[in-house]
Design a protein. Sequence first.
Length: 392
Amino acid sequence: MHPFNYYTPTKVIFGRNAEEKTAGLIREFGGKKVLIHYGGGSVVRSGLLKRVTDSLDTAGIPYVTLGGAVPNPRLGLVYQGIELCRRENVDFLLAVGGGSAIDSAKAIGYGVANEGDVWDFYDYKRKAEGCLPLGVILTIAATGSEMSDSSVITKEEGLVKRGYSSDYGRPRFAVMDPELTMTLPDYQTACGCTDIMMHTMERYFTNGGGMEITDALAEGLLCTVMKNAEILVRDPKDYDARAEIMWAGSLSHNGLTGCGNDGGDWMTHKLEHELGGLYDVAHGAGLAAIWGSWARYVYRDCLPRFRRFAINVMGVEEAGTDEEIALKGIEALEDFFRRIHMPTNLRELGVHATKEDLALMAHKCAVGVNGAKGSARLLKEEDMLAIFRASM
């Protein structure tokens, strides 16, 4: 077991109509002028944005708005948000949407609170010394950004996708109403479920120690997500299933499922970042398309964890060698992905990468992790390229 610090300061308001409490929460956390940051038209079409602005008008809280956050959120919009906040003397950020809006808002917050180019933090050149406070109204259960310290931004020049983590970026509050996720397309719901699982599995597949209670929490979370993801395939309006998925998303990425280990592996995410940066694919779908190839490449080096996963999470019988059991677990998870209509390779994802593209992604990934990364198995550029090739 490794020593750990567990810090999760976000106040969670969970349940039907929770968004009605937003204005009071902004006042509670000292907000006097707000930037409302959101994504595309769904927040507008559903009426959620108007309900939010009406509540702020009633409470007498001034605000400005900035839409346009997209999947794989862009640095250019972050720069616009920073300039808008400074011009309008904004002192609080409210992200309305999913991980893209939240991650973009975090980056805006870093840019307002620190001098210099905000990309420096994502390019690992320096560390933030603060962040404008922010709150969240969550509309997509997926990234866990509503309770995490991390955000991911894509720089348009060179299509470079990078993540940055800092406790300064943790939201002050997260408003979570499962009903707000009921208008999502089935594909986005499945992508979100996949992302939630991956956040837990990145921490689970490690050679860096662990704790029995942490492993049990991780396994329970994975089983819960799989069960309810399949319910939502049959009935997208099931409130209880939506609620289970939404809360699992927060718990999967607030640090809880990694307490006591070495921090996890994270190479599936790093590989997908290059895939998402180059092809602009949905993050969850990209993760599903990469995971099986990554797992088959590393499982022998992390065999006890893969065996345990196969038995405790995927329900594989304890018959055969450890290697046979591990491989059955990998196959069982891929079967689950297919049942919720997620891809299990790049071809199914709709990506037809050239040899040059695969080499470019592997090189950029290696640069992004300073040469090598991984806990299940330490991966270098040649390993990354082999996984990309296998995923075709």
